[in-house]
Design a protein around this ligand. Structure first.
Ligand SMILES: NC(=O)c1ccc[n+]([C@@H]2O[C@H](COP(=O)([O-])OP(=O)(O)OC[C@H]3O[C@@H](n4cnc5c(N)ncnc54)[C@H](OP(=O)(O)O)[C@@H]3O)[C@@H](O)[C@H]2O)c1
Length: 291
């Protein structure tokens, strides 16, 4: 059974709230991509309908193989891809290569992976115009950004015909981005959270350990599922990954079976504020931003 939770983006398209990410543990660049086709197949057959990919992960062909092996029709899958933004190729050239690698005619969502290439606002705004052009040609159904602060989105909004549909950022209880998240909400720009399980894998022990454990017991699920629902139950897209078939299947079974209450969401948030951790932000935005 496919996960049935979606939200609507500001361009009218629907996005599934749970994505299987193919970076980190299963990328060719930082992990082991050999097992990836099987994992993508397992994820799709288990009910995931959203794959989060990127040119930078160097595994688009393996993702394509997994999609073919799954037997799930292309039109039932929401594919997010990301542009690395190198100076040597245009956005359209980069996206056409990605489409070719993925074996598809369009992606559902195309993101500028980060703003590190842009020397100034003009570079950044020019890039957004190229993003609008690939959308206009039907190569990407929605367009958005990743790893950017409010100021970068404001620069886009000054010139945009189509505003960004989403900002994909690191977000978890130890890095809540409260101001950015509430500003995005006011602008009707969706939020996608990566590294949702950082409190479980990178920074233990920590102040959310006990509540994750007690809620996992209450709902009879794994602690990682508490971390994922904390994002989903705030209407945020959550991007997680796993190198283990059992975990991929387990999420598909357990995540639709429960929901956190609003008190539980705020209790986790309050405890999370007692610790600060970011695995990525200092790399993409060394000048900081709200935590
Ligand atoms: N836009 C960007 O710049 C950007 C940056 C980073 C990531 N991403 C995307 O987000 C995806 C997910 O990123 P992430 O890896 O940081 O996600 P994550 O969901 O925080 O972490 C996933 C990892 O957590 C481990 N895990 C799960 N439950 C655990 C537990 N109870 N205890 C200890 N470890 C546990 C899993 O290990 P097992 O493998 O053992 O199951 C898996 O490797 C990436 O694949 C990528 O698609 C995007």
């Amino acid at each position: 059974m496919p996960f049935s939770q979606y939200i609507q983006l500001n361009d009218g398209n629907k996005i599934p709230l749970i994505a299987f990410g193919v970076g980190s543990a299963v990328s060719k660049r930082w992990g082991n991509a050999k097992a990836l086709p099987e994992l993508v197949k397992t994820a799709l057959q288990a009910g995931y309908r959203h794959l989060d990919t990127a040119e930078e992960y160097e595994n688009e062909e393996e993702v394509a193989e997994g999609i073919r092996m799954s037997g799930v029709p292309r039109e039932d899958i929401f594919i997010t891809a990301k542009d690395l933004s190198t100076e040597s190729v245009t956005t359209e050239q980069a996206l056409r290569k990605t489409l070719n690698n993925l074996g598809v005619e369009y992606v559902d969502l195309y993101l500028i992976h980060n703003a590190m290439f842009a020397k100034n606002d003009q570079d950044w705004q020019r890039k957004w115009t190229e993003m609008e052009a690939v959308r206009e040609k039907g190569l990407a159904r929605s367009i958005g950004v990743s790893n950017v602060e409010r100021q970068k989105i404001e620069a886009i909004l000054k010139i945009a015909k189509v505003p960004p549909a989403i900002n994909q950022i690191e977000l978890h209880p130890y890095f809540q981005r409260t101001e950015l998240a509430s500003w995005l909400k006011q602008q009707n720009i969706a939020l996608a959270c990566y590294s949702p399980l950082a409190p479980l894998r990178s920074t233990r022990p920590g102040p959310v350990d006990d509540i994750f454990q007690s809620l996992a017991e209450k709902y009879n699920v794994d602690e990682s599922e508490i971390g994922l629902r904390w994002a989903i139950d705030q209407d945020r897209v959550v991007i997680t990954t796993s190198s283990k078939v059992e975990r991929v299947r387990g999420y598909a079974k357990s995540l639709p079976s429960f929901k956190l209450t609003s008190d539980e969401i705020s209790d986790i948030a309050e405890l999370g504020k007692k610790k600060e951790f970011s695995g990525f932000w200092q790399f993409f935005a060394p000048s900081g931003g709200d935590k």
